[in-house]
Design a protein around this ligand. Structure first.
Ligand SMILES: Cc1cc2nc3c(=O)[nH]c(=O)nc-3n(C[C@H](O)[C@H](O)[C@H](O)COP(=O)(O)OP(=O)(O)OC[C@H]3O[C@@H](n4cnc5c(N)ncnc54)[C@H](O)[C@@H]3O)c2cc1C
Ligand code: SF4
Ligand code: SF4
Length: 407
C-alpha cells in the first residue's frame, strides 16, 4: 500500500548557512529558480526544487550539498530557512515510506549544459577538502603583507603570506581557503567567511615551508561603483606581520592542474584571478628548475586596467618565452585603445587554435563579467580555424579540461 500524504517523505535540499559565502552562483545556476536569498541567507524552496543537482558542482564551498529526509508536511519553508544560523540535524524518521525518485533526466541535462568542468583533470593530484570549518578553524599567522600594485595605482592588491607553523593544512594550486573576519554584521550575527584563491604552489610560498600566499584586492566599491568597505578584504589588507587569522578549508575539487606529460595550460585571468595562475605557473617553474622536463606549454592571457595595476607584473616579465608565453591586456591606459583579454585571445588566434587542438586545459579566473567575452572569442577562434566550439567545449567540460572561477 502506498504512503498517505502525511507519511510521504521527501529529500529536502538545504544550504549550510555557516559555510555558504553568499556568492550567488547557485541562484544563477538553478534552471528553475528554486534558490532565493535575503540580506543574509541563501535558501532552497522545497516547493520548486526537483533535486536535479545542477547547482551542486559549481558551489565553491560545498555548502549547497545538504539533504534531509523529512515528512513532506514538515518540510522547512523558505521563511524558516531564512532565519537559520546553522543547519538543523537529520530528524529520526518513523516508518518505511519510500522516497520519491529524483529526476535523472534533469540531472543529466543540467550536468551536460554546465559551463565549467565538474571534475578535475584526470592527472590532478588528490585534493584535501574541508579539513577545517567555521566551528573548527585553523589559526594562521601573517608572515608578510605587501602591496603588489604600484603606489599610484587606483587599486590596492596585496600579496599576503599565511604561515601555519606545525599545523597540517595541505593545499593544491587552484584551491581556495576560507577566511573568517572577526566581528558581527549589522544584524549582530558573526561575519560569514569569504573565499580566497591560493596563489602559491603546493610546496609553499617559500618552497619547503608550511605557508601559502593569497592575492587580495581591497574592495572599496561594489560592482556598480558605489562606495562600500568590503568586510573581509579590508580586514586582510590591514593585517600586519604576526597577526593571527582564522582559516577554513581547503575548498575546490575541480579547478586543479593536470600533472601528466604533454598537458598544456591556457590561462585567462583578470586582476586577482591571477592567484591560481601564479600558483600553477610557479609549480611548473619549480619542477623545471629541479631539472624535470616541463610537462607542456603554458600560455597566459592577463588583463588589468593598467600595467601598474597588474599583480605580479615584474616577476611575470622575467619568465622566459620558452617557459610561458604571456599576453597582457590593459583597458585604461591613457592614449591607448581599451584592450581586454578576449582581444588578446583573438590577436593570438593561430597559437590559441593550435593549443586547442592538443591536450590543453583551460582556466578562466577573475571578475564575473569576463566570461561572456572570453567564451565568444574562443568560439570565434574555433570557427575561423575550421573546428567546432559547440562540439569541443562540452567535450572539454566532460574531460575536466575547462575550468571557470569568477566572482
Ligand atoms: C572561489 C572564489 C575565489 C576568490 N578568490 C579571491 C582572490 O583570490 N582574491 C580576492 O581579492 N577575492 C577573491 N574572491 C572574492 C572574495 O571572496 C570576496 O568576495 C571579496 O574579497 C569581497 O569580500 P569583502 O568581505 O571584502 O566584501 P563584502 O563585504 O562581502 O562586500 C562585497 C561587495 O563588494 C562587491 N565587490 C566589488 N569587488 C569585488 C570583488 N573583487 N570580489 C567580490 N566582491 C566584490 C560585491 O558585489 C558586493 O557588493 C574569491 C571568491 C570566490 C567565490
Ligand atoms: S538541485 Fe536543481 S532544482 Fe534544486 S536548487 Fe539545485 S539546481 Fe535548483
Ligand atoms: S557558497 Fe554555494 S550555497 Fe552559498 S551562495 Fe555560493 S553557490 Fe550558493
Amino acid at each position: 500500500m502506498g504512503a498517505s500524504e502525511s507519511e510521504l517523505l521527501i529529500r529536502q535540499h538545504l544550504i549550510d548557512p555557516e559555510v555558504c559565502i553568499r556568492c550567488n552562483t547557485c541562484e544563477e545556476t538553478c534552471p528553475i529558480d528554486a534558490i532565493t536569498h535575503d540580506d543574509r541567507n541563501y535558501v532552497v524552496d522545497p516547493n520548486i526544487c526537483n533535486g536535479c543537482n545542477a547547482c551542486v558542482p559549481p558551489c565553491p564551498t560545498g555548502s549547497i550539498d545538504h539533504w534531509r529526509i523529512i515528512p513532506k508536511v514538515a518540510a522547512y519553508s523558505v521563511d524558516d530557512q531564512l532565519t537559520w544560523d546553522e543547519l538543523p540535524p537529520q530528524q529520526e524518521i518513523d516508518g518505511e515510506a519510500a522516497l520519491p525518485e529524483l529526476s535523472n533526466d534533469a540531472v543529466q541535462q543540467n550536468a551536460a549544459t554546465s559551463m565549467s568542468s565538474a571534475m578535475a583533470p584526470r592527472s590532478a593530484a588528490q585534493p584535501h577538502l574541508h579539513l577545517h570549518d567555521v566551528k573548527n578553524p585553523l589559526t594562521a599567522t601573517i608572515a608578510g603583507n605587501f602591496r603588489l600594485t604600484e603606489a599610484d595605482a587606483e587599486s590596492d592588491i596585496r600579496h599576503i603570506v599565511l604561515d601555519f607553523g606545525n599545523q597540517v593544512f595541505p593545499v593544491l594550486e587552484g584551491q581556495s581557503i576560507g577566511i573568517i573576519p572577526p566581528g558581527v554584521d549589522d544584524s549582530g550575527k558573526p561575519h560569514y567567511m569569504r573565499l580566497y584563491s591560493v596563489a602559491s604552489p603546493r610546496d609553499g610560498e617559500r618552497q619547503g615551508h608550511n605557508n601559502l600566499s593569497l592575492t587580495v584586492k581591497r574592495v572599496i566599491a561594489d560592482h556598480e561603483g558605489q562606495a562600500i568597505r568590503g568586510v573581509a578584504s579590508n580586514y586582510l589588507c590591514d593585517l600586519n606581520k604576526g597577526d593571527k587569522v582564522l582559516v577554513t578549508g581547503p575548498y575546490g575539487s575541480n579547478f586543479l592542474m593536470p600533472n601528466h606529460a604533454g598537458s598544456n595550460l591556457l590561462m585567462i585571468c583578470t586582476g586577482t584571478g591571477a592567484a591560481p595562475m601564479r600558483a600553477m605557473t610557479e609549480y611548473r617553474r619549480r619542477l623545471a628548475d629541479q631539472g624535470n622536463p616541463v610537462p607542456g606549454k603554458l600560455m597566459l592571457f592577463f588583463g588589468a586596467r593598467a600595467p601598474q595595476e597588474l599583480p605580479y607584473f615584474g616577476p611575470l616579465r622575467k619568465l622566459p618565452e620558452s617557459f610561458i608565453t604571456s599576453h597582457l591586456a590593459f583597458s585604461r591606459v591613457p592614449g591607448e585603445p581599451r584592450t581586454y583579454v578576449q582581444d588578446k585571445l583573438r590577436e593570438q588566434s593561430k597559437a590559441v587554435a593550435q593549443l586547442l587542438r592538443s591536450d590543453t586545459y583551460i582556466y578562466i579566473c577573475g571578475l564575473r563579467g569576463m566570461e561572456a567575452g572570453v567564451m565568444a572569442a574562443l568560439r570565434e577562434i574555433c570557427d575561423a580555424s575550421g573546428f567546432d566550439w559547440t562540439f569541443l567545449h562540452p567535450n572539454m567540460v566532460a574531460e575536466g579540461r575547462f575550468h571557470v572561477e569568477t566572482y
